[in-house]
Design a protein around this ligand. Structure first.
Ligand code: FE
Length: 343
């Protein structure tokens, strides 16, 4: 009899805990494709008792999916890269405001949507790479994005194609600051300076500089961390060792900063859990894990970037332009790049 009672109590407890466990979940659509993220989500579940359900795909596919699912979407959160993407989702009216004083105290205003529709989880700088054998820091330290249209750099620049969002955001930031006319003239000069027809990803541009196929490359900072980590193989490791980072426009507006970030969807059925998830993602513990694996810069100022990327300097000036501007001027940037023949 006693045994039976214990058994039924146990059964009731099991059903109850299971019910509570199942009730607490958060559904995340993410375009981040790092195995290391799984560990992060496990830690969150351990801390909060909230289960994390992940659907991962490319950013564009996830955004299409969210649009077609609309109100019926099971997603609570979208995580993606480039503020241009986040802005697009905001523009489609799919995000709701993130109300958390903790998040507001950690994530600076210029790294959030206009009404806190999305927030940055990490930062990346779009910087200049040069070959250490060819230039010294002293040679280049005054260089700004604005100078890259100069004849001095004819046939010397490596940069990927205009269908890349990172480049669109860089051009959009110039449009926002200087207007279309100035930026179109600049882009015309820039295209004339291309060492080759745009090809490959950001790492391919850095490799071109390492191999002396170009003098300067424009690419995101974390890719050098990735190459130096050895995760991309011996060839990329030795190419990475040949180059250095120059943070452009230090005497002007500072280096162009973009973000990876997240927003909570209007369709979210687990809004409170989603807030807890995002608060966890900007915590010191999660940020440390994030930047050690992606080589991005942390959004939480109490955390230091990975030494692999910190060695290139931490005290550089960041462009303080609101990253939401990149989305606002994205279509103008695309058309402009097309007009100047940026393939
Ligand atoms: Fe990237």
């Amino acid at each position: 009899m006693k045994l039976k009672n214990t058994f039924s109590l146990g059964l009731i407890f099991f059903l109850f805990s299971n019910y509570v466990f199942l009730d607490k979940e958060v559904n995340v659509y993410t375009s981040r494709h790092y195995d290391s993220d799984a560990k992060l989500y496990e830690d969150f579940t351990k801390e909060s008792g909230i289960k994390v359900n992940i659907i991962s795909a490319r950013g564009k596919a996830l955004i299409e999916r969210l649009r077609s699912e609309g109100e019926n979407s099971p997603a609570d959160i979208l995580i993606t890269v480039d503020s241009g993407n986040l802005w697009k989702v905001q523009d489609y009216g799919l995000f709701r405001s993130i109300k958390s004083s903790l998040i507001n105290s950690v994530v600076p205003k210029n790294y959030r949507g206009e009404n806190d529709e999305w927030i940055a989880l990490a930062k990346r700088a779009r910087v200049i790479f040069y070959n250490k054998n060819k230039y010294s820091y002293e040679d280049l330290k005054k260089l700004s994005y604005e100078d890259l249209d100069s004849r001095e750099w004819q046939n010397k620049l490596a940069i990927r194609s205009s269908n890349n969002l990172y480049n669109q955001s860089l051009v959009a930031s110039l449009i926002s600051r200087y207007g279309e006319k100035y930026t179109e003239n600049w882009a015309k000069g820039l295209v004339k300076n291309f060492a080759r027809k745009p090809q490959g990803n950001d790492r391919a541009q850095i490799i071109a500089v390492a191999n002396n196929e170009a003098d300067l490359a424009i690419a995101n900072s974390y890719y050098l961390g990735l190459m130096l980590s050895g995760k991309k193989g011996e060839k990329q490791l030795s190419a990475g060792k040949k180059v250095n980072i120059l943070f452009p426009s230090q005497e002007k507006n500072g280096a162009h900063i973009n973000i990876s970030g997240a927003g909570i969807l209007k369709s979210a059925k687990n809004y409170e859990n989603a807030i807890k998830f995002l608060e966890f993602m900007i915590s010191e513990k999660a940020q440390k894990h994030l930047v050690e694996n992606t080589y991005e810069y942390p959004i939480n100022s109490k955390v230091k970037p990975s030494p692999l990327i910190a060695q290139f300097g931490l005290k550089f000036k960041e462009d303080s332009i609101k990253v939401s501007e990149f989305g606002k001027y994205n279509s103008a940037a695309l058309k402009l790049m097309d007009r100047v023949g940026w393939q």
